[in-house]
Design a protein around this ligand. Structure first.
Ligand code: NAD
Length: 243
C-alpha cells in the first residue's frame, strides 16, 4: 500500500488520534500543525517507534502559500498525496452574535472555511489518479450553536456545503469527498474556547449521556478514507451520541 495522507491540525485532539490510527493502518502520514511543533514531533516519534512513517510540517491552512508548501513538502518527503483529512479548526469564547467583532468572525472563517477550501483545492489539483478527502465538520452546522458560537456553526455549515459540492464536482475523477460531524468530543478545543469542562457540563443533554473520544471520531474518518467506503461520496457521519 502506498497511501499518503495529510492530516491538518494533526498534532493533538481528533487530528492526533486520526494520524496515529492511519499510521497503524499503513498510511504514510504528514502531520500538519500551525504552532504546536513539540506535540507534532512527539507524535512523529511515536509513529516511527511503532515502525510507521510520518513527518511533521508547519503550515497555517488559511494561508495559500503555506498550503502549497505543505503539499510540496509532503510530496517530496513521502510521495504524491492520495488522502487528505481537513481537521484544523478553531473555536472562540461563547458569545452572542451582537457582541462578535469582525476580526473574530474573519479568523474563524479563514481557518475553518478558507483553510478547508485551500487544502481541498490543492488536493484535487494533485490527485490525478484519484483519492479521498474527509472534512471534519460539526453537528453545530445543523444546530447553529445559538448564544455560543454562531460564527463557528456557520463556518461548519460552509464546510458541509463545500463537501457536498466538491464531491459532485470530482465524482467522475475517482476522488471521494465525505464529512464527519462530531458532537461533543473530549479535546482541548473547549479549554481554548474558555470552558475546559464543557463536555461534562453538557453530557446529561446528550442522548448517550457522555462525550465522545477523539478515537471514536478517528475510526469514522479512517473508514471514510478507506476502500471499504469505495461507493461513499458526498456523505456525512454524525458522531454525536445521538445528539
Ligand atoms: P483541537 O483544538 O485539539 O485541534 C484543532 C487543531 O487545529 C489544533 O491542533 C490547532 O492548532 C489546529 N489549527 C487551528 N488553526 C489552524 C491553522 N490555521 N492551520 C493549521 N492548524 C490549525 O480540537 P479538536 O476538537 O481535535 O478539533 C478538530 C476538529 O474537530 C476541528 O475542525 C473542530 O472544529 C472539530 N470538532 C470538534 C468538536 C469537539 O467537541 N472537540 C466537535 C465538533 C467538531
Amino acid at each position: 500500500m502506498n497511501n499518503i495522507v495529510i492530516v491538518t491540525g494533526g498534532s493533538r485532539g481528533i487530528g492526533a488520534a486520526t494520524s496515529l490510527l492511519l499510521a497503524r493502518q499503513g498510511y504514510k502520514v504528514c502531520i500538519n500543525y500551525r504552532s504546536q511543533s513539540e506535540q507534532a514531533e512527539a507524535l512523529v516519534a511515536d509513529i516511527v517507534a511503532m515502525s510507521g512513517e510520518a513527518i511533521s510540517c508547519q503550515a497555517d491552512v488559511a494561508q495559500e502559500a503555506d498550503v502549497i508548501r505543505l503539499f510540496d513538502q509532503t510530496e517530496t518527503q513521502l510521495g504524491a498525496v492520495t488522502h487528505l483529512v481537513n481537521n484544523a479548526g478553531i473555536l472562540f469564547r461563547q458569545s452572542r452574535v451582537q457582541d462578535l467583532d469582525v476580526a473574530r468572525i474573519q479568523q474563524v472563517l479563514m481557518t475553518n472555511v478558507v483553510g478547508c477550501f485551500l487544502c481541498c483545492r490543492e488536493a484535487v489539483r494533485r490527485m490525478t489518479n484519484g483519492g479521498a478527502i474527509v472534512n471534519v465538520s460539526s453537528v453545530a452546522s445543523r444546530t447553529g450553536s445559538p448564544n455560543e458560537y454562531v460564527d463557528y456553526a456557520a463556518s461548519k455549515g460552509a464546510v458541509d456545503t463545500l463537501t457536498t459540492g466538491l464531491s459532485l464536482e470530482v465524482a467522475d475523477q475517482n476522488i471521494r469527498v465525505n464529512g464527519v460531524r462530531p458532537g461533543l468530543i473530549y479535546t482541548d478545543i473547549h479549554a481554548d474556547g474558555g470552558e475546559p469542562g464543557r463536555v461534562d457540563r453538557l453530557a446529561p443533554m446528550i442522548p448517550m449521556k457522555r462525550g465522545g473520544t477523539p478515537e471514536e471520531v478517528a475510526n469514522a474518518i479512517a473508514w471514510l478514507l478507506s476502500d471499504e467506503a469505495s461507493y461513499a461520496t458526498g456523505t456525512f457521519i454524525d458522531l454525536a451520541g445521538g445528539r
